[in-house]
Design a protein around this ligand. Structure first.
Ligand SMILES: [Zn+2]
Length: 131
């Protein structure tokens, strides 16, 4: 049994494993096609995708911040330069993930990215305070 979202009304619709083709939604009675598994349906997978999208941009950001502190020596224009670069890398990475999540209509991925953006913005403010 797989559970997918109806593309018309976003309700969860249960289908038998391996079933593909045209289906009627019980909620809105619209037809939709299902090709059998490009979407992530398993709850554990959704959670892992969510965790990945929350933490991977933050991790890339934290890693570049660490490099900044080691190389930048804790101050001055060099540190600011590394800070801007790490923010740039993080934003670039998050934007790519966001585009993928929209293209794949992957809800946990976009939710995770939203949360991750929030965390990144908070981190940027915290680091900016210490500079
Ligand atoms: Zn529907």
């Amino acid at each position: 049994m797989v559970v997918i979202q109806c593309p018309h009304c976003q309700e969860d619709v249960g289908l038998e494993d391996g079933e593909t083709g045209l289906f009627d939604c019980h909620y809105c009675n619209n037809d939709f096609t299902w090709d059998g598994g490009l979407q992530t349906n398993d709850l554990t997978d959704k959670f892992l995708v969510f965790l990945f999208s929350v933490f991977s941009p933050s991790l890339s950001f934290i890693a570049s911040l660490l490099i900044m502190f080691i190389l930048g020596g804790g101050g001055g224009w060099a540190a600011l330069g590394y800070f801007v670069i790490s923010v740039g890398i993080c934003l670039f990475y998050t934007t790519i993930l966001a585009i993928i999540s929209v293209l794949k209509k992957n809800k946990p991925l976009s939710q995770g990215i939203g949360l991750s953006l929030l965390v990144s913005i908070l981190t940027i403010f915290m680091v900016a305070e210490t500079l």
